[in-house]
Design a protein. Structure first.
Length: 145
C-alpha cells in the first residue's frame, strides 16, 4: 500500500506538471485535472491506510492545493500576457475547497501507538547507523598515549 501511495503521488506530480505546461500553452484539459485529483486522493488514502494515520489525507489535499494554486497563477500569467479577461470565480471556489480539505484532513485522528512505534523504530535506526563506525574501534587510553 505504501509503494502504491508513493507511485500515485508521483503520477499526480507528473500529470500536474503536464497540465501546468498545457495551461501555459492555452490548451487546458479538464480530464487531466480530474486525473491529478484522483491520483493525489489515492495517494492520501493508500498512505493513510499503510501508516494508520488519517492525517495523510490532509497532505494529499495540500498537494492538490499547491498544484491548483500554481495552475491559477499560470492562468493569470497567460491572461496578463494575452490581455484577455476571464472569471476566476470557479478557480477560487476550488482553492477554498482544497484549503478546507487540507485543514480538515490534518485534524483527523491518528493512531498514537503506531506513531510512537514508528518514532521508536526511527530512533533505533539512527542509533544503529551512528554506532556502526564505532563498532570496529576498540581503543583504550593506553593505545592513545
Amino acid at each position: 500500500m505504501k509503494i502504491l501511495g508513493v507511485l500515485l503521488a508521483f503520477v499526480g506530480f507528473a500529470l500536474g506538471i503536464y497540465e501546468i505546461i498545457n495551461t501555459l500553452r492555452g490548451k487546458e484539459n479538464k480530464r487531466i485535472l480530474c486525473d491529478v485529483a484522483i491520483a493525489y486522493l489515492g495517494y492520501g488514502v493508500c498512505y493513510s491506510v499503510s501508516q494508520k494515520d488519517l492525517g495523510y489525507l490532509g497532505v494529499a489535499f495540500l498537494f492538490g492545493l499547491i498544484f491548483y494554486a500554481i495552475r491559477v497563477m499560470c492562468v493569470l500569467l497567460r491572461m496578463a500576457a494575452k490581455r484577455e479577461k476571464r472569471s476566476l470565480k470557479n478557480d477560487l471556489i476550488v482553492l477554498a475547497v482544497l484549503l478546507v480539505g487540507f485543514i480538515a484532513g490534518m485534524m483527523l485522528p491518528y493512531d498514537k501507538e503506531e506513531e510512537a512505534k514508528r518514532t521508536a523504530e526511527s530512533v533505533a535506526s539512527v542509533m544503529e547507523k551512528a554506532a556502526l563506525p564505532l563498532a570496529g574501534l576498540d581503543y583504550t587510553l593506553d593505545d592513545v598515549n
